[in-house]
Design a binder for this molecule. Structure first.
Ligand code: KIV
Ligand code: ZN
Length: 515
């Protein structure tokens, strides 16, 4: 190690991350997330698995056409059809990459592929050659590498490098390895496949034993120069190694790793929040780097130490990962310029239409809430970045509820210019309102998850409601709504989820109604 090495960050939030339950995203959300990843400075964005569905193909292609400052990759199995489709999807990118994978462990060969070692070897080499006809930016992943026979793995790795692979990924697919073992594994494979010295060695560590990040860092010590990871650590089963933890570990312990990344760390928090807003899945409060409590000091002794010298209990500053102090900033008398200036300080550059829309919302909020904090502004604005068309909007609602009566909700909504209204009883005011919306849109939607939290402090705090709704077919959509009134926030979150469902089923300009 030179002491100044760069470790590439290969972000697979939109592929491995999106593959996990409850994390699916629509096209707009994927584009919004990809732009944020680009802003954060990741080196490679794995945009999806182009052949897996027409929707995936479109999103990989659109991301490839949109992103200019990161390589855009599509996953492909080791088959010509997959590789051709992956290339079709990424070829317009500024720096397209084909990422093909084939399992190398005995278990996978026997039970999944039903192929011999020789057959897998031939297939890996032939398909790498096929991919290399399109581009020199070819990554080969030996799925389940850590449970593979070392001699066979070395043979495959050497073969695919000769065939044109320029990045070799050695995944711990089932999160079985431990840090010491993974260090030895990378060291050993480098000895057995000397051609690895001519390419980028990559790792992809799943988190089944909670060791995804530790294993990735051990990999870096052993010579890995690309780490595959996801924002908030989302991914199959227990997830993938968390991007924010790897990046901050490398930065904070540069003395140990002698390697750094290109990530703009001040964008980490925004990436994390954007992802949880999109998916409706919050990160646990004590999650390293991006959890609500990651920089909270509760005990008196710690607070005392912090006041004397922050380094007593803080190994990195909140500001370094983009956590802002929630200072009082704006109020109802603040004008558009002050609003725009503050957003710029927070890092949001909105188009003039977006700014006008956000300012309207800010004014509504400032009328109801005396103190508008940075957190409130971020909650208002970051959501705008990935909004689906607002086919349905809330008009008004009336709730009749009490502890001795059945709650009743009357909800008025608009579908474009059409006024819609319905009434329902329910198990409490929120349930009644959701049922009234179901009647309005003519769907039997089930509430799969619901939570409400406050964005900032104070009695008039902004309520942040999140729902996940489920269709009869089992498809899930997350929604989010903000208001100082918790029932209104809840209704808005439900309508937001319905709009996502509508967008998914009907696209951008579909006139047909859902009713
Ligand atoms: O976990 C894994 O092995 C993968 C590969 C497709 C890279 O996701
Ligand atoms: Zn994986």
């Amino acid at each position: 190690m030179t002491g100044n090495d760069k470790v590439k960050i290969f972000d697979t939030t939109l592929r491995d991350g999106e593959q996990s339950p409850g994390m699916s995203m629509n096209l707009k959300e994927k584009i919004g997330m990809a732009k944020q990843l680009e802003k954060m400075g990741v080196d490679v964005i794995e945009a999806g698995f182009a052949i897996s569905s027409p929707g995936d193909f479109t999103s990989v292609k659109t991301i490839a056409e949109t992103i200019k400052n990161a390589s855009v990759a599509s996953l492909a199995r080791a088959s010509a059809g997959d590789i051709d489709t992956a290339w079709e999807a990424v070829k317009a990118a500024a720096d397209p990459r084909i990422h093909l994978f084939l399992a190398t462990s005995e278990l996978h060969l026997k039970y999944k592929l039903n192929l011999s070692e020789d057959e897998v070897y031939e297939m890996a080499v032939a398909m790498t050659k096929h991919a290399a006809k399109y581009t020199s930016n070819v990554e080969f992943s030996a799925e389940d590498a850590t449970r593979s026979d070392m001699d066979f793995l070395a043979r495959v790795v050497s073969g695919v490098i000769e065939a044109g692979a320029t990045t070799i990924n050695l995944p711990d697919t089932v999160g079985y390895s431990t840090p010491e073992e993974f260090y030895n594994f990378i060291t050993e494979i480098r000895k057995r496949a000397p051609k690895l010295e001519d390419v980028v060695i990559s790792c992809h560590n799943h988190n089944d034993l909670g060791l995804g990040v530790a294993n990735s860092l051990a990999g870096v010590l052993a010579g890995v120069r690309q780490v595959e990871c996801t924002v908030n650590g989302i991914g199959e089963r227990a997830g993938n190694a968390a991007m924010e933890e790897i990046v901050m570990a490398l930065q904070t312990r540069k003395d140990l790793y002698g390697a750094d990344t290109n990530v703009v760390t001040t964008e980490i928090m925004r990436s994390s929040s954007l992802l949880s807003q999109i998916t409706g899945v919050k990160v646990q409060p004590n999650k390293a780097i991006v959890g609500e409590n990651a920089f909270a000091h509760e005990s008196g002794i710690h607070q005392h130490g912090m006041l004397k010298n922050a380094e007593t209990y803080e190994i990195m500053t909140p500001a370094s990962v983009g956590v802002k102090d929630s200072n009082l900033v704006l109020g109802k008398h603040s004008g558009k310029h002050a609003f725009e200036d503050r957003l710029k300080i927070l890092g949001y550059e909105l188009s003039s239409d977006e700014l006008s829309e956000a300012f309207e919302k800010f004014k509504e909020l400032a009328d109801r809430k005396k103190h508008v904090y940075d957190k409130d502004l971020e909650a208002l604005v970051s959501k705008e970045a990935v909004q689906v068309p607002k086919t349905f909007t809330l008009g008004s609602f009336v709730i009749n509820s009490g502890n001795e009566i059945t709650a009743m909700a009357s909800v008025k909504m608009k579908k474009k210019d059409e006024e819609l209204e319905n009434v329902s009883g329910g198990d409490g005011p929120v349930d009644a309102a959701f049922k009234a919306i179901n009647k309005i849109v003519g769907r039997e939607l089930e509430l799969d998850d619901y939570s409400i939290n406050s964005v900032s402090e104070g009695e008039d705090a902004l309520g942040d409601a999140r729902v996940v709704i489920k269709t009869v077919a089992g498809k899930k959509y997350a929604g989010r709504g903000l208001s100082t009134d918790v029932i209104e926030a809840s209704i808005k979150s439900y309508i937001n989820a319905v709009n996502k469902l509508y967008y998914d089923e009907h696209g951008e300009n579909e006139e047909e109604t859902m009713r």
